[in-house]
Design a protein. Structure first.
Length: 132
């Protein structure tokens, strides 16, 4: 009964939870990183939308999700095997976090969109590297 109640309350959220659970079960580490990039970009774009719509609760929720994902991506870096690339990504993630946190107090959605675009470039490179 609790599942039906949760579904009725927010069916989109329930669908996203089921979708993420399905995509993460059995996924290898590179696939999980790709998923994190996708979720991060979605959170940033939602934060931009919420900023424009003055939906401050949703904005805060999406900013929290984005920063948590950035921390997870940074924590997953292997500095021994990754060498300079790991250091560069760590700096990139920290810079993106700073941008997001600084933009959180304002009413300009462009920093969230710019961060999503930058993360999208890294995600594309990640996808190409996985395919090679």
């Amino acid at each position: 009964m609790a599942y039906a109640t949760a579904l009725a309350r927010d069916p989109a959220s329930t669908y996203r939870q089921v979708d993420v659970a399905g995509r993460t079960s059995g996924a290898d580490a590179p696939a999980l990183v790709q998923l994190l990039y996708e979720e991060l970009i979605a959170a940033l774009r939602a934060a931009a939308w919420a900023t424009d719509a003055r939906n401050f609760a949703k904005k805060g929720e999406r900013i929290t999700r984005a920063t948590a994902i950035l921390f997870a991506l940074e924590a997953g870096l292997d500095h021994e095997r990754g060498g300079p690339l790991s250091s560069t990504l760590a700096k990139f993630y920290a810079g993106a976090r700073r941008t997001i946190v600084n933009a959180a107090v304002g009413h300009d959605s462009s920093p969230f969109r710019a961060a999503a675009d930058s993360i999208g470039e890294v995600a594309s490179a990640w996808t190409m590297a996985r395919a090679a």
